[in-house]
Ligand binder design. Sequence first.
Ligand code: NAP
Ligand code: SF4
Length: 693
Amino acid sequence: MRLRTNPKPAEASSQFPHLLAPYQLGRLTLRNRCIMGSMHTGLEEQADGMARLAAFYAARARGGAAMIITGGLGISPEALGMPQHAEHSTLCTPAQAQGHRLLTEAVHREGSHVLAQLLHVGRYDHASGGVSASALRSTLSAHTPRELSEAEIEALVQAYADSAALARLAGYDGVEVMGGEGYLINQFLAPRSNQRRDRWGGSPEGRWRFALSIIGRIRDRLGPDFLLMFRLSLLDLVEDGSCRDEVLECARALQHAGVDVLNGGFGWHEARVPTIATLVPRAAFSWATRQLREAVSIPVVASNRINRPEVAELILARGDADLISMARPFLADPELMRKAATGQAEQINTCIACNQSCLDAAFEQRAVSCLVNPLACRETEWQLVPAQQPRRIAVVGAGPAGLACATQAAARGHLVTLFEAGDEIGGQFQLARRIPGKEEFAETLNYWRGQLLRHGVRLHLRTRAGLAELAGFDHIVLATGVQARTPEVPGIAHAKVRSYAQAIMAPHALGKRVAVIGAGGIGFDVAELLSEAEGCGHSTPAGNEAEVDAYLEEWGIDRGTGSAGGLKPPAARPSSREVWLLQRSPGKPGRRLARSTGWIRRLRLERRGVQMQGGVEYLRIDDAGLHLLKDGQALCLPVDHVVVCAGQDSVRGLAAPLRASGALVSVIGGADVAQEIDARRAIEQGTQLALSL
Ligand code: NAP
Ligand code: SF4
């Protein structure tokens, strides 16, 4: 057991004295107090995955992460529930351990340390239901797991220790035993999933026995020098989850069993409380990490919605934690800590917690990357190398696609001129950042503003580029975006009709009863904005306790330590307006929203009383309101305003005349494909084009 050390803050002149202070963690000296947390990247399942993982982690080590925790590695071929993909994502044979040396050596060469995360998913095995403490199905699974026999439990304890021994053989500096997020060990810890009557269940001590046996066995096998971290669920956020009094008692038992450092986890995968989405305030859980820190005398790690060095510094300075874990922020910017340490924090590409290219991609079994940094997880494929011959490039449109293309092309040494018809850069991001809970999108705009300046892009705002302005360039990139679609409904020109841009820019100008036509991503955004209770503004700075309290109340999270799963009834926050969210397609709106966040958005609107209806036909709009046909019946919604969110059409009128004039033209983003205007595709396409110029 290693008691926590009290590092001296780094130089007083530094902006982040606590974050940048070195930290002694057992025999490991960390160069700062920031760990890169565990993430599954999908590279683990690829044939050349180990080389790609090595390059991915080496870039984060080079960028200043003091220690890296790998994505979950299965302790047995079945542990991840996908044995067909187990090549680089399990750690159960000496040959696999040898393969991992590529990764560990790459990280060590860059001066960082690396831990292997040991994982068994238990009943989150979606293919078969897997195994668990008891035969109780998770709400996420179609299958019921099989209850483990005592002999099987003993074998699993041994498998964890064997896997830890292989981790040492592979060159890892230690392991993180995954005991949170509702995975197998967590399934043993909580009464929700452990209803055994034998010595592996019943009393709290019985439910903890599996975790404590694993820790004891690893410690016996590997001796005192091998770093042993445990990810402990501080808030299960599910019914019949553990209460925090019990969790803190368990933490003390883990410390005595030989754990060196505790990493706090928040929410099982089946929890219906958002814990990492962008609407969760920054540092929303550091109070719970502080409770843990007060209960034990080993170091503790804070995680979840810590996305910038300012947030990390605040948590450390308050004494809420000894170390900080950031995971997705290292996808968004591998150089995050190097920039923090060298006075360049304003140049950090901030993770905006959108989940669009990371978590949602993992759910859809697509390769993981990052919305704001599509180079992530493509380290061996996409490289930002200087252009062989600088060229004069015009980019038309400063939305996400145009900004990504302009900044990356300029970073490569091209001479880039960016034309924007509006008053400011950002395009659809200017709308997104105004949606409650999406304020983080402003960070990406700040980043791009800095990149434009840094790389000398000539920006012409309020300039509608035509053939004359675009003459003489070697290459013209049209990122002219989209225009909102106007549906053919009688009365669509009525004074009570607003575009979504008008509604988002001036929500206070709308009346108390509003119908929203179209229930895609933007329809949901507008419904959220219009149904937000008055006085519930958001901001991004960390440490806004009033905002954290409002979030905890809205989602029913209890700061007290006695409630099961850390839950209490959510506070009612009824809508400030009567809002109808409508679509023509049958079924409930919102089915096509992203998997990691769609449920949050639907639940939020339901709780606010927004009326979501599918299968409607729009008949007309007049002074009385919006007339519909629904289930064969005509009705009139007596609304003050109708907001149109019916998708978009591409704007690329310049392409044909430019091409006719002999110019070299590329069309990207919404100007290329409007149907799926999505920021992920736009930024990826803009970046890819810039790398090819
Ligand atoms: P969208 O997702 O394509 O939704 C358009 C909506 O308009 C649909 O509900 C459609 O439903 C309706 N519609 C289409 N044509 C219509 C017509 N002629 N008359 C009446 N209704 C019509 O488009 P969006 O909401 O504008 O979003 C655009 C893109 O932005 C999305 O694809 C998404 O990638 C991105 N986005 C994402 C988020 C997010 O939270 N992840 C947020 C905002 C935007 P019916 O045809 O059934 O009526
Ligand atoms: Fe963060 Fe979004 Fe990038 Fe994921 S895709 S790392 S949530 S910015």
